[in-house]
Design a protein around this ligand. Structure first.
Ligand code: KG4
Ligand code: ZN
Length: 356
């Protein structure tokens, strides 16, 4: 049978990613440059800084992915690139680069929706049939949806304020975790997960958010505010004014991670009941996909697994490195769109270039 190859390019936020996949779901070559380290030091993502880093790295990242795939640009069938949602300045770097390549080698360009790419990722290696539920929990988003087709998603619940990843990142920064040995280069969520392993999740009690709201939306702002308040209290009690980390930081991390996870699980539980009522998932084997950076958290995974099992759903999680932003998911979404015959741009004028 005939092989098709797609190059995927991702620059929506702070990761420059590229990968080549074939129509059999094989990852032929991939490369990633993460900016997390620099953004953690600066205290958050500054869009022009992210753009400059994408610009510096994109050429190397794409060439490395192509080298590893042992393919020439001429052999590609299409180029897929994230066009939304994301930071406009960051997106533009990838879009412009992909567009240049597409023009130079006369390849069709496939515009990719970043969240749809997260949602379709596990189909690259696992048999998952539509419709299925998907929970995306990342640094920019929290949403629960029914995936009904390659470009068909029904939103069931969404974050009302900040995202779980943002809550993890802000609290990790407030806790000064980056100053602890072994924490450099980790995202806020990953740092909290590591410390939480040695802590007691029941040591500090956080309030429940939205428990009386009859929908499937999410809210993390209240938990973040409460966490900041608790940290300030502990600092006051221990007369901490400088860069020292609070005593019992592992217990704090475990409790905070537990609170975030409990909220996610309770809202998803409502979503599972709702999807049953509305008969959204009609397959014999009901499945839910968990993806996005927060989906790489093992405590979140294990807890959600329990909830899913109770409602006869199987929880499917991509491997952690495919949960966070990467080029593979963009290339694979391109392949899905190509196979489903949707949204291939033969005419490059359909993508409006963003002025920088
Ligand atoms: O999906 P992603 O790479 O980028 C977005 O599209 O946002 O997600 C990044 C987010 C960050 O906020 C990071 O703190 C969080 O995912 N994250 C984690 C873990 N690893 C990354 N959160 C909790 N536990 C983790 N192990
Ligand atoms: Zn993402």
């Amino acid at each position: 049978y005939c092989k098709t190859y797609i190059l995927g390019i991702e620059t929506s936020c702070d990761d420059t990613g590229a990968a080549v996949v074939d129509n059999g779901g094989n990852i032929l070559g991939e490369a990633l440059n993460s900016q997390t380290d620099i953004h953690v030091q600066l205290g958050g993502i500054i869009p022009p800084v992210a753009r400059d880093l994408h610009r510096q790295n994109i050429d190397d990242v794409v060439k490395l992915a192509m080298d590893r795939a042992k393919l020439k640009y001429e052999e590609l069938n299409a180029i897929a690139v994230t066009v939304k949602p994301g930071l406009a300045l960051s997106l533009a770097v990838g879009i412009n680069y992909a567009k240049d390549l597409a023009l130079k080698f006369r390849k069709p360009l496939i515009p990719i929706h970043h969240m749809e790419a997260h949602a379709l990722t596990p189909r690259i290696e696992t048999r998952i049939d539509f419709p299925y539920l998907v929970l995306l929990a990342s640094g920019g988003h929290c949403l629960l949806a029914a995936a009904q087709g390659v470009d068909q998603f029904k939103l069931i619940g969404k974050g009302q304020d900040n995202s779980p990843g943002e809550a993890f990142d802000k609290i990790a920064r407030r806790l000064k975790l980056i100053t602890l040995p072994g924490m450099q280069g980790l995202s806020g969520g990953a740092a909290i997960e590591q410390l939480a392993q040695r802590g007691d999740p029941k040591s500090i009690e956080f309030p429940n958010s939205l428990s009386k709201h009859p929908n499937c939306n999410f809210s993390f702002a209240g938990l973040q505010t409460q966490a900041n308040y608790f940290i300030a209290e502990i600092e006051k009690q221990n007369d901490i004014k400088g860069p020292e980390v609070i005593p019992g930081v592992a217990d704090f991390c475990a409790s905070f991670q537990y609170a975030i996870t409990r909220h996610i699980c309770q809202r998803v539980q409502r979503g599972l009941i709702y999807s049953d009522m509305k008969e959204l998932i009609t397959t014999d084997k009901k499945q839910m996909v968990l993806s996005g950076g927060v989906g790489s958290n093992m405590f979140v995974r294990r807890s959600l697994e329990k909830v899913c099992k109770h409602y006869n759903f199987e929880l499917v999680c991509p491997p952690p490195k495919l949960c966070t932003d990467n080029g593979v998911m963009i290339a694979w979404n391109g392949m899905e769109r190509l196979n489903a015959n949707c949204g291939v741009l033969e005419d490059e004028s359909a993508i409006k270039l963003v002025d920088l």
